[in-house]
Design a protein around this ligand. Structure first.
Ligand code: KG4
Ligand code: ZN
Length: 346
């Protein structure tokens, strides 16, 4: 069965074809980093326009790579939310149009469910039930995943997402957008115990908070800034980056440990862009070895946004798909605990 996956929720256009028997047949990804870089963050209108310009040619290329014609597709999965409304509408409109024209289902997929299932595309996929740590630019959640589509959020950030904190601190350090990978690279040469930054809500339940940590970093930078100049000495910048990263990694590891203990689950699945962070991966692996649970990570390219995870999640939802006329679903906010898609009011 050939399933086309389309991801356009934010600043990456992702397209892939997945076949449950043969695996991932072809994929393509376009990152809009260069478009948004001058603005220091994603500009929603520019994101939508670029998805609109790029999506159809990318679908044609991916089908070509897979040696398929459009008529060989049997279902289309697209990100129905959460995300930027205009960006979601681009993917949803094209997916529903193709579904109508081809007479095949067009399935709206929950972006965070797709992240949560990305590890299923690896050679040794996790079995249900498991605890998922979803750490992306817009979300930070701990999810008890009992089965496909049966998810309960057991902890979430009260303010900033982990990726957002990385991006904001990177900005404070004048690192280029997107900040997470740049900050992680700078942290490599810094001392993670140089500064004693807060570990917010440590050992206090399963919710998280990153905005106080971000403020602590801002105050630290202001304190060490060379008088009227707007910069920090190079070694201090690296130490700030390393100390901040250590605080985030410590906090996430603490919450994972508490959630594993509270739930009795034996598997931890990492998902979302911050899951590509090397320091976090190493730390959670060490924690798992120490406490006797197993940790699963998708490869870094499956942690960040991509079309393959959307195609996979769409396949898992195919059985329950309404076979009626494809609808355009675009939900900027969509809780993971209730996956029923609601049509956009258009
Ligand atoms: O999942 P994702 O690609 O998009 C969203 O759905 O948000 O996550 C993007 C986020 C950004 O905040 C980015 O800075 C962060 O993931 N990120 C990282 C790393 N790679 C991406 N954060 C820390 N270390 C990394 N290596
Ligand atoms: Zn994402």
């Amino acid at each position: 069965m050939n399933i086309l996956g389309i991801e356009t929720s934010c600043d990456e256009t992702g397209v892939a074809v997945y076949d449950p028997d043969r695996g991932l047949l072809a994929e393509a990804l376009f990152s809009q980093i260069e478009i948004h870089k001058p603005f220091g963050g994603v500009v929603p209108e520019l994101a939508s326009r670029d998805h609109a310009a790029r999506l159809a040619p990318m679908i044609r290329d991916v089908l070509g790579q897979a040696g398929l014609e459009v008529a060989d597709l049997e279902a289309i999965a697209y990100t129905g939310g959460p995300g930027l409304i205009g960006a979601l509408m681009v993917g949803g409109s094209l997916a529903a149009s193709m579904g109508l024209a081809l007479g095949i289902p067009a399935l709206p997929v929950h972006h965070m469910e797709a992240h949560l299932l990305a590890a299923m595309l690896e050679h040794e996929p996790p079995e249900f039930p498991f605890l998922a740590l979803l750490v992306s630019g817009g979300h930070t959640q701990l999810v008890h995943a009992r089965d496909h589509g049966d998810y309960t959020t057991v902890g979430a950030t009260l303010d900033d997402a982990a990726g957002e904190a990385f991006d904001k601190v990177a900005r404070l350090l004048a690192l280029p957008y997107p900040g997470g990978p740049a900050l992680a690279a700078l942290a490599e040469s810094g001392n993670p115990v140089a500064f004693d930054l807060p570990r917010p809500l440590k050992n206090k339940g399963l919710d998280l908070s990153f905005s106080g940590l971000k403020t602590a970093v801002r105050l630290l930078i202001e304190k060490h800034r060379r008088d009227a100049e707007n910069d920090l000495p190079a070694n201090l910048r690296a130490d700030v980056a390393a100390s901040f990263q250590a605080a985030v990694v410590d906090t996430l590891a603490n919450k994972c440990q508490l959630a594993i203990e509270a739930s009795g689950l034996e598997r931890l699945v990492i998902a979302g862009g911050v899951g590509a962070n090397r320091s976090l991966r190493d730390r959670l692996k060490a924690l798992a070895d120490q406490h006797g649970f197993r940790v699963y990570y998708p490869r870094p390219s499956l942690c960040t946004d991509n079309g393959a995870m959307i195609a996979y999640a769409g396949w898992r939802r195919l059985g329950e798909a309404a076979r009626g006329t494809p609808r355009i679903v675009a939900r900027p906010r969509w809780p993971l605990d209730d996956l029923r898609p609601v049509a956009a009011e258009v």
